[in-house]
Design a protein around this ligand. Structure first.
Ligand SMILES: Nc1ncnc2c1ncn2[C@@H]1O[C@H](COP(=O)(O)OP(=O)(O)OP(=O)(O)O)[C@@H](O)[C@H]1O
Length: 497
């Protein structure tokens, strides 16, 4: 159905119709399907004006997550904001519905809690439990790698939550350090239920049109995907146990076990189970990871007939009191380096004026989160750019000319003295090197090199640190995915041509 042509009211009706949880006949399996749903997390008549908006926690492929304080109660939430037009266009409605209904029913200290939802003409809002400690991924990056004690703490909390998730008949399908969020005091919460798959005998109420077919769809993240998914086998609990093994490896070493320059090469390594352990891994850690990364999903620790007992009894977890798992003191969090504004882009341009009928925009202006002195045409221009930046496959098209294509792209940290800033670095075949702030709209001034500018050289300090030197500037980057040498090779390949 075409959307966006009419006014806001029309769009809201259209979206409502698509989002409605409809009655259906015909049951499959034992999964309970809903006629009408009473949500634990209610749909409230709130507007964004009921909240004081704070910092941006992060940006997903179809959402932004902001810190938001409810003005009357003073309670702080992580407000996940999804643009209706965008999720309709990108066919993400079923993912949003499933995430909402699943999160509503999950009740575990190791899982992000959904408190309530609301909507306005343009956006859907989910008020989630806020995790001030950020992603486990950032802790690994900041510390380089985690000690076995730190790893044991995080792994035990994840296993406890994963046992609950599997116990209710859900496969998460995107377990990775980016989706393991930390509370302010350092406990883990599993987030991002947009890829979940309920099993046939799931105890949860799911949507009428949720499929239980042989789930062969590729979801998740390349580095953590198990070999059977690459071979189109049905989803199973074993998928999450493989991803847990990869996550454990990453905590202990600082990088994922099957890393390479491209997704295709990563997949080759996964299929060949090309697994090498650093010398400093203890025998217990090696053995645990080895058994989680079994090519046969049903043989992975935790997937057998004894369920999680064999996983929890593994020598790596010796001494862990699983009944009181959330009572252990978390590792100290490594603080975030101060993030600075880009020298060459003066404005903070988190322009969300399409959300909340302008209320959100007013609030962000009032809070100094965005620059209010923009004309309506500038605003319009930025909104359309923002929509593009947030979009899935085409999100980097904005920075390409017709016929130009991306050679290498990665989320990096741009380092400046003691501060750092998240950026997306894009190398194109023009050749051109663009540095984009994913949370900003304007990219001008971020082109750090193009063939016509002349010389460029790359200095690699380690697999995670490199510098780009042009005649005008030197920029330092940190690559958590350890692809510094690949960047050098890719950029220099254009110099010899
Ligand atoms: N409850 C929360 N508390 C604090 N930060 C959060 C919370 N939920 C999400 N975030 C941050 O916001 C970012 C975006 O989250 P979101 O769930 O929208 O997408 P995602 O899961 O990262 O990405 P994708 O949708 O592409 O899988 C996350 O990377 C995370 O760092």
């Amino acid at each position: 159905m075409a959307i966006g042509g009419g006014g806001g009211e029309e769009m809201e009706k259209d979206f409502e119709a698509k989002l409605r949880f409809q009655q259906t006949q015909g049951q499959q399996g034992q999964v309970q399907r809903c006629n009408s749903i009473t949500f634990r997390a209610p749909q409230e008549p709130f507007t964004v004006d009921d909240f004081e908006l704070g910092k941006m926690y992060g940006v997903g492929s179809y959402s932004k997550v902001l810190k938001a304080k409810k003005k009357d109660s003073g309670k702080v939430y992580a407000l996940k904001i999804m643009d209706k037009k965008f999720i309709t266009k990108e066919n993400k409605i079923s993912y949003v519905k499933l995430e909402r209904i699943v999160l509503d029913q999950l009740d575990h200290p190791g899982i992000i809690r959904l408190y309530f939802t609301f909507q306005d003409t343009y956006s859907l809002y989910m008020a989630l439990e806020s995790c001030e400690g950020g992603e486990l991924f950032d802790q690994i990056t900041r510390k380089g790698r985690l000690s076995e004690d730190e790893t044991r703490f995080y792994a035990a909390e994840v296993i406890d939550a994963l046992e609950y998730i599997h116990g209710v008949g859900l496969i998460h399908r995107d377990i990775k350090p980016e989706n393991l969020l930390l509370t302010a005091d350092g406990h883990v919460k599993i987030a991002d239920f947009g890829s979940v798959k309920p099993t046939r005998d799931s105890k949860l109420t799911v949507l009428p049109n949720t499929t239980f077919d042989k789930a062969c769809t590729f979801v998740g993240t390349a580095a953590y995907v198990p070999p059977e998914v690459l071979n189109s086998c049905p989803a199973s609990f074993g998928n999450d146990l493989w991803a847990l093994g990869c996550t454990l490896y990453q905590m202990l070493s600082g990088c994922s076990p099957f890393k390479d320059a491209s997704e295709w090469l990563i997949f080759q390594r996964i299929i060949a189970r090309d697994l090498k352990f650093p010398d400093y891994f203890s025998n217990e850690a090696r053995d645990l990871i080895d058994k989680l990364l079994d090519t046969e999903p049903s043989m992975r620790l935790g997937a057998g007939p004894d369920g999680y007992a064999t996983l929890k009894m593994h020598p790596f977890f010796k001494g862990i009191d699983w009944k009181n798992i959330r009572k252990y003191s978390p590792p100290e969090l490594a603080p975030e380096l101060n993030e600075v504004e880009d020298d060459d882009s003066q404005e903070a341009t988190w322009n969300l004026s399409h959300i909340g009928g302008g209320l959100l925009h007013q609030q962000l202006v009032a809070n100094g989160n965005i620059n209010g002195a923009t004309s309506s045409s500038e605003t319009h221009c930025r909104i359309s750019k923002l929509a593009k930046i947030d979009s899935f496959d085409s999100k980097w098209q904005e920075f390409l000319e017709p016929g130009e294509s991306v050679v290498m792209i990665s989320k990096l940290k741009k380092l400046h003295k003691l501060t750092s800033k998240k950026v997306q670095l894009i190398l194109t075949d023009k050749p051109k090197l663009v540095c984009v702030d994913p949370s900003k709209v304007m990219s001008k001034g971020n082109i750090i090199w193009s063939d016509s500018f002349g010389d460029i050289s790359i200095q690699v300090a380690s697999s995670s640190h490199f510098k780009i030197l042009t005649t005008k500037k030197v920029i330092s980057f940190e690559d958590a995915k350890q692809q510094a040498y690949q960047w050098k090779k890719a950029i220099e390949s254009f110099q010899s041509s």
